[in-house]
Design a protein around this ligand. Structure first.
Ligand SMILES: NC(=O)c1ccc[n+]([C@@H]2O[C@H](COP(=O)([O-])OP(=O)(O)OC[C@H]3O[C@@H](n4cnc5c(N)ncnc54)[C@H](OP(=O)(O)O)[C@@H]3O)[C@@H](O)[C@H]2O)c1
Length: 240
């Protein structure tokens, strides 16, 4: 399958993996709907992409995913057919559960789990209009395996939830003109951790270049319609 002329929405495309993925798709001729929570950051990204001669033909979406009512209002303005939905936006949280504020737990569940469910439900009619709809949910290896002696319980809990949603949704669309896939990366060199107040180095030994994830996701999206890379776990195996 080709990405050329495909209409794609990447949530959380103002930074990290989502931004790199949006750029890679634009370079392959896809029509990308960008999404971010901050209007100025979205506008500045559009400007940067235009300076790189990448064409943004689609109106970007600005919506803070913590707000479920806003999700309903904003994402339902997307009309017409949609070929690919990437539920990528996410926030990190680590530390002992007893020290975690209710607000942080609510943010985790809203941004990392509720938002992908709501956005998917809103956009299913658009995906049905595509000749072949595709959904990729960006979960995490932390929502697949629980590491010993180190805690990000709430993050793991919601990412496990995202895995469950992804696999159940894939079953729901078994043998239909639609495929649903889950991507489960290990640590990537992005600002995800810094934004949550965790002061990791940009290049910790357990992190890898997010461009590896871009290539993995593009591989998933470009397989023949007959097959489904239902899940892909990408981990850092060389800690050096
Ligand atoms: N980095 C890792 O090690 C790692 C490992 C496994 C899985 N993941 C997952 O990969 C995905 C991408 O993460 P990343 O590493 O690329 O992080 P990132 O660089 O921080 O990018 C996250 C994106 O999500 C957006 N976002 C965060 N909170 C939002 C909200 N309330 N409303 C709307 N948008 C929001 C961010 O917007 P701003 O630009 O405004 O911040 C940004 O565009 C996430 O789902 C993350 O959980 C990351």
């Amino acid at each position: 399958m080709e990405l050329k002329n495909k209409r794609v929405l990447v949530t959380g495309s103002t930074d990290g993996l989502g931004k790199l993925l949006a750029i890679a798709m634009l370079k392959r001729g896809a029509n990308v709907i960008l999404h971010g929570r901050n209007e100025e950051k979205v506008a500045s990204l559009v400007q940067i992409l235009k300076e790189q001669n990448l064409s943004i033909s689609e109106k970007p979406i600005v919506c803070d995913l913590i707000n479920s009512q806003a999700i309903q209002e904003v994402f339902s303005t997307i009309s017409g057919s949609l070929d690919i939905l990437i539920n990528n936006a996410g926030v990190w949280l680590e530390g002992d559960t007893i020290d975690t504020t209710p607000e942080k737990i609510i943010e985790q569940t809203h941004v990392n789990l509720l938002a992908p469910m709501l956005i998917t439900r809103i956009l299913l009619p658009n995906l049905f209009k595509s000749e072949f709809g595709q959904i990729v949910n960006i979960a995490s290896i932390a929502g697949v395996e629980i590491p010993a002696g180190y805690f990000h319980t709430i993050y793991s809990g919601v990412k496990f939830g995202l895995q469950g949603f992804t696999e159940a949704l894939a079953k729901e669309f078994d043998n239909r003109n639609m495929r649903v896939m889950g991507y489960y990366p290990g640590g990537m060199e992005t600002d995800l951790f810094k934004k949550s107040g965790i002061d990791y180095e940009k290049h910790e030994l357990w992190m890898f270049d997010p461009q590896e994830s871009v290539e993995a996701i593009i591989f998933m999206l470009t397989r023949n319609k007959k097959v489904n890379v239902k899940r892909l776990d990408l981990i850092n195996q060389l800690q050096e």
